[in-house]
Ligand binder design. Sequence first.
Ligand code: DMJ
Length: 736
Amino acid sequence: MRSITILCLFLYYSIDCSIAIREYKKEDLFRLREEVREMFQHAYDSYLKYAYPYDELRPLSCDGVDTWGSYSLTLIDALDTLAIMGNYTEFNRVVETVLQKQNFDADINVSVFETNIRIIGGLLSAHLLSHKTGIKLEPGWPCNGPLLRLAEDVAQRLIAAFDTTTGMPYGTINLRSGVPPGETTVTCTAGVGTFIIEFGTLSRLTGDPLYEEVAYNALKALYHHRSPIGLLGNHIDIMTGRWTAQDAGIGGGVDSYFEYLVKGAILLEKPELMSMFREARLAIDKYLKKDDWYVWATMLRGHVTLPVFQSLESYWPGLLSLIGESDTAMRIIHNYHSVWRQYGFTPEVYNLGTGEASSSRESYPLRPELIESIMYLYRETRDPILLQMGEDILRSIQHSARTQCGYATIKDVRDHRKEDRMESFFLSETTKYLYLLFDPDNFIHNPGVRGTVINTPNGECIVDVGGYIFNTEAHPIDPTMLYCCHEAREGINISEIHRIYKILEEEDNIQFLTMIEATAKKNVTKDIESKNETTLNEVTSKNYNITKDNSESKENKIDQNEVLIKTETRTGYVNIDGTERENSKNESSLRDIVKERIISYYNNTNNINSEDEEIHSSIDNKTSGDELDTEAKVEVDDIIIPQKPQDAESLQPPSVTKAKEAYKLLPKVIQDFLNSDWKRKPKCEPQRMLERIRKEKRYPDHPDVNEYKYLLTPAPSFLQRISIAGEFLSKKQLEM
Ligand code: DMJ
């Protein structure tokens, strides 16, 4: 009796003490993990069978439909989940399929936000994980490669959206022609502030600063427009900076802005983003937090407007665990899980006053946020109640959402009726987080104790040491790769590297290529070894890329590329086993040869470039007058009927329908122009836009840009970051 009382004391107050906490043994976890793998496989196979090449599967009709962009969205979104689940054969097959697409040129209007998080995020993650799957890597990887180029192609199509007065992006773009005529100037907060992870990754891998600076500028714009009490609204006019929806909250329309402040700070080592988050957090806790729930309130005064919990808000406890606040996070997640237990799912909106799902917002579209937070918190606390919560989620989805050909959205959590939709995030996020919860040995969880040495033209680099940062669509980014291509670059332009390797190849020097391939193969070997430790894995061995070759190479070769990383102190001093480094003599001499060739290549190229520049500048001089003329003729923004100044509180987002009606009233000649010439000629010139952003410096730097410093140790800073669990130390702390 006494022990039950003690147990209850250990439980959080919101949990009914009658629930016994299950004990999970390793074999229980493996069984659950395999169940999740089968769940993913059923949904994925159904997508391929019934829906591909459409964007999404319709799990009741057993067919496909285009939703976000006619770009086989689910295939790209699911790609890195295949790698995380160890299905390398299928990963490699899909990469080949995706790469048959040369670019994303299409006359379709897409959401800038969704295309960024799902398509760019998916391609980048697949690019960075491809060294694990045995796929042939292009010379210069990870700073170069076909998936990276494809991701950049998409980003180049989105970038015109940022060419606005405030630097905040439009919400929609035409992949071929830029911002559509008559496009609304109102974007939601998350639609402005959810780019720094993908765009920062692109910039650091390719060496082109455009993407990161543009995304960073948009983040600063939002921060700049915060209310005097530190809250942000839900929708903003990206031309005027006026808030058009002024409800402040942490959920729909805002959510991933906060997520990207925290994750952007960690991934890109920008402490000022963390400071911006901490300031927002103070206001959130002061005005929105009520008994470990979060409500909605006016951004100007903090008066409560909507006492509701949204399913989308469930990412918040996971985010708090990233900044070391697991105790608070645990209390919040118990609240959210209590809603799950009430219905077997979380409804889109739950009314905290009545304790019921809000009518007309009672669906559950297979969202990941709750399981996402559970996964993060379990990594942090190892509290078995989180495994139980995860199993609850698995049971509900299996019981009520599974269909003959996939998994269906729950139309109404009260009666578990189904709806004919399976969003791509079910495969990119929900199944991935469930899998990672039940797979403690997954490479994603590496706490910085193991790594792989790769050779890049910048020199040796250690990758795959854990510390993965997931974008908001659960696409993991290996921060070490950014380090290899950016900080370690030492002035070499990586974007030229594949051309240099081609020169080397022509001269029959294929040693470098072989080494890169060997690294990939060895990684496969290692993964298989760890998976073979459990007999349960044999059940699904057909999914792995197991070959005799791999076991042979295991016997005959010492893996010089894998290193054990020993973290000596909590302050980030890191040693790398010395013997392995001694073995890299040949690699160093090869590196010297490559460096030499790069230098001579540059000397030659520079001459060619300066000739090129002369030719270009003379062409520019001839044509610049014409271009200016063309630009002066029609400014797309001219056709948008300016909003009458209104009281900020009562501003509504302008209606797209109205804008379209107004467009119809324009003289035919202008309509024709907008539909033809203008559409074919992209208006935005990214480099000019970047120069303008730099010149205007519209938003001042956050003062903490220079206030914080990392520990100065011989370890690369990404390793320090892992050691200090995402925390930043102020100068004062360092001096102590
Ligand atoms: C996903 O596309 C992303 O997680 C996004 O941040 C929010 N909405 C869905 C999942 O619910």
